[in-house]
Design a protein around this ligand. Sequence first.
Ligand SMILES: NC(=O)c1ccc[n+]([C@@H]2O[C@H](COP(=O)([O-])OP(=O)(O)OC[C@H]3O[C@@H](n4cnc5c(N)ncnc54)[C@H](O)[C@@H]3O)[C@@H](O)[C@H]2O)c1
Ligand SMILES: [Zn+2]
Ligand SMILES: [Zn+2]
Length: 403
Amino acid sequence: MKALTYHGSKDVRVETMPDPVIAADDDIVLRVTATAICGSDLHIYRGKIPDMKTGDILGHEFMGIVEDTGKGVTKLKRGDRVVVPFTIACGECFFCNKTMFAACENTNPGRGAILNKKDIRPGAGLFGYSHLYGGYSGGQAEFVRVPKANVGPLVIPAGLSDEQVLFLSDILPTGYQAAVNGEVGPGSTVAIFGAGPVGLMAAASCRLLGAERIFMIDEHPYRLEFARQTYGVEPIETGNIDDPAAHIIESTNFRGVDASIDAVGFEAKGSTVETVLTDLKMEGSSGKVLRQAIAATRRGGVVSVPGVYAGWVHGFLFGDAFEKGLVFRMGQTHAQRFMPQLLEHIQKGELKPEVIITHHMSLEDAAHGYKIFEAADEECRKVVLTPSGPFVPAATETIPEAL
Ligand SMILES: NC(=O)c1ccc[n+]([C@@H]2O[C@H](COP(=O)([O-])OP(=O)(O)OC[C@H]3O[C@@H](n4cnc5c(N)ncnc54)[C@H](O)[C@@H]3O)[C@@H](O)[C@H]2O)c1
Ligand SMILES: [Zn+2]
Ligand SMILES: [Zn+2]
């Protein structure tokens, strides 16, 4: 089969790889019909995720048709059309029982990413996300092996296109969990840092939950303008406004917002010192957005962090957070927890995640997709690849009335 493989920083290639096979009774093999490139893939693409090996297959946002099932698969059959969550969860451990699927204790044979780990078990394995997270092959490929198939994959009813439901695999539940973690509800004021796909899905979710005012901060005017038109955000362009938090405080009666959502993560731009320290591997993460989020949030408010962080952050103003009595919530998304309810919102037309897609490409063009998404060229917001051609529903047979 053809698959997108990792060869080093800014070097991904579409190559011929062995077809995946059933390795455990509760595995399926999926024929991938649609897969997306995520901001998390960009961390890998920029060479910032350790424990990647040459030839690893990338991709954790995918869906397709069940091609083969292990003999322990009870919930799916060949031919079913499913979306697969990026977190691999067993469904029966201590954390899965609490619906904390991203903390599953049984699916990651790797080390996990905690630095001061002691003997704690790693969290869930992830598709296509380095050997720290289990070394599972990803779904930017014609076929992918999906473990724990009785727990993760969600069957999609007929009548919905791939693009309407693909983002149930990651960014839609991630944006939604970020909003729920931020305790966003009717009348809330929110600041969303980052107008990438996760920031946009967070904005859609905040609107769904009844937020009144949403500030959105980014350097790219085209992403902000889309968010203004689509979700009614108040855009703050970092090229024009030096200190977004100061602007937000002034615009909220010198109080700050109820919740800030950091949809940027550890590669946040804007601090030269931290960029240099990170490049020298003397610091794990840029704290630029975290400092802005702490400053922009009102006393007793929430800083919700879906953006990925790694290791330590200098200049983390914990004293300010204490003085304001802030709440912090963060982490990988418990995608399986939110997928069924979000599918219902899509069916009712209350969420239209597909509107953020700007680029449709074949798998062969995946390397170009990474390039333009990383550089924010061609006004790119989100790239969707179709490894085995777009999904076409089977035509229903019509029987002529006269017969
Ligand atoms: N928690 C999870 O389970 C989960 C799931 C998916 C993605 N993520 C993470 O969410 C983050 C965002 O993902 P994405 O797909 O939207 O990525 P993206 O790279 O497309 O978007 C990030 C946006 O942040 C902006 N940005 C950079 N520095 C900024 C700053 N100082 N202030 C404001 N904006 C700034 C960029 O211009 C860009 O538009 C990534 O860190 C990704 O790894 C986490
Ligand atoms: Zn992702
Ligand atoms: Zn589990």
